[in-house]
Design a protein around this ligand. Structure first.
Ligand SMILES: CC(C)(COP(=O)(O)OP(=O)(O)OC[C@H]1O[C@@H](n2cnc3c(N)ncnc32)[C@H](O)[C@@H]1OP(=O)(O)O)[C@@H](O)C(=O)NCCC(=O)NCCS
Length: 189
């Protein structure tokens, strides 16, 4: 789906991602085993495969994809997938591919921006994120954005020579949100 630019109060901005923005540096993130160790990104990514992924995602009605910019530099991506209108839910995932940018609060800010957008503009009710249990930094990002522990998927991913659990974290729309059963409608206003 086509998405708007989302500006926050700080240096993190989310901008629609286009296939042409996939550079060699971008492909380098996807082929960096330190970046991808907690993800399901396949090894051996190329400019062609990465551009095809972006093209498929931005043209899918069930997905939304943004580049994460920090002070104007493209440092990663964040996406919504499995957008289910009938059930008002979607899944969130992100990658800060530029390792020198880790630990600056960028992922935390991006999760907050996309979460607010999903509830306010897409009128979703529930967002979920699947996080490899050892991925402490990612868990912390989502906790800080108000996500709770929704479920544990036992031995759900292969991580460095053994299966690991995947933690499903989730957040529900606030009561004032358009999707909430508590929000005023024409019928109950
Ligand atoms: C995980 C990832 C998203 C974190 O991005 P980031 O921009 O560095 O995260 P932030 O700077 O917002 O930090 C998030 C929190 O995790 C903490 N943290 C960061 N690294 C940590 C680590 N190794 N151990 C424990 N906590 C850590 C930070 O201190 C911060 O918490 P705080 O604000 O309470 O201090 C990023 O490293 C990344 O994209 N990694 C590769 C792909 C990936 O794992 N994606 C997530 C899949 S669900």
């Amino acid at each position: 789906m086509r998405v708007p630019t989302i500006n926050g109060d700080g240096p993190v901005r989310l901008a629609p991602l286009e296939p042409a923005q996939v550079t060699e540096a971008y492909v380098g993130w996807l082929n960096d085993p330190v970046v991808t160790r907690f993800t399901e990104v396949s090894a051996g990514q190329t400019l062609q495969s990465a551009r095809a992924y972006v093209e498929n995602t931005v043209t899918s009605p069930d997905s939304a994809l943004w580049a994460i910019h920090f002070d104007g530099t493209h440092v990663g991506n964040i996406r919504l997938t499995h957008i289910r209108r009938r059930h008002a839910r979607a899944e969130v995932a992100l990658i800060v591919g530029s390792r020198p940018h880790w630990g600056r609060g960028i992922a935390s800010a991006a999760v907050v921006l996309v979460t607010d957008f999903a509830f306010a503009s897409l009128r979703l009710h529930k967002l979920s994120a699947g996080i490899f249990a050892p991925n402490v930094a990612s868990r912390r990002c989502f906790e800080k954005a108000g996500y709770f522990h929704d479920a544990i998927l036992k031995d759900h991913a292969w991580f460095e020579g053994a299966f690991c659990d995947v933690l499903q974290m989730a957040r529900l729309a606030p009561p004032s949100s358009p999707s909430s059963p508590h929000a005023p409608t024409e019928a109950n206003r």
